[in-house]
Ligand binder design. Sequence first.
Ligand SMILES: C[S@@+](CC[C@H](N)C(=O)[O-])C[C@H]1O[C@@H](n2cnc3c(N)ncnc32)[C@H](O)[C@@H]1O
Length: 220
Amino acid sequence: MKFGYAHMNTAAGERSTPTAQFNRPAVSGKISALRQSAFERQIPTADDETLNFLITLLSAYQPENILELGTAIGISGATMLDICKTAHLITVERDSAFFAEAAENFSALGFSERVTQLCGDAGEVIDALETEFDFIFLDCAKVQYIKYLPRLKNLLKSGGVLLADDVLLFGWLTGETPVPDKRKMLYTHIKEYVDAVTADKDLTTTIINLGDGLALSVKK
Ligand SMILES: C[S@@+](CC[C@H](N)C(=O)[O-])C[C@H]1O[C@@H](n2cnc3c(N)ncnc32)[C@H](O)[C@@H]1O
């Protein structure tokens, strides 16, 4: 079986992509220590390239109202708050242990007052939200991305940005690596998402081959 370069996340969070050597995120010492702990404990968190892209984008864009689906232990959320000094973050996580650990981390980093953590299923939470957002980071159940899309479009302000992580799935979508039989459903749903955002007349979208693939969509 051929393994594509977009396959491995090393213990240090670096994927073996051609650009990974250049795309290292500059995060604060405390967030860096949290990332290292997450990699060692195999807790999911954005790889170097993805986090570096997020930092670069938000350094320029500076959104005020951020929604994140998929908190894990709060590393990407804390990074966004560190970059966007006056922003408020609503972040959603269904795993109660991750939710609790994220709360501790946000508190230790001094971000508690700028975070609303919601524990529950992202699909149910977004249906109940009434706020509009200028940035949404979609980083939870990948099979559900396509189902969430219409609601996320409604929650996004005009000119707002929707960033979806992991859309190239180990090189499956680009054809660099074959899709394992057991993962065909996941592949199909993510392909539907990529096809939908790239064809959507309300969105301008670029698919970015960094980390495990990002879909960057701007609402017209
Ligand atoms: C890739 S991790 C998030 C990593 C985090 N954004 C970061 O970079 O530090 C995805 C998280 O989404 C959560 N998750 C998966 N499906 C979910 C759902 N339907 N609703 C809410 N959270 C979900 C998982 O428990 C997991 O913690």
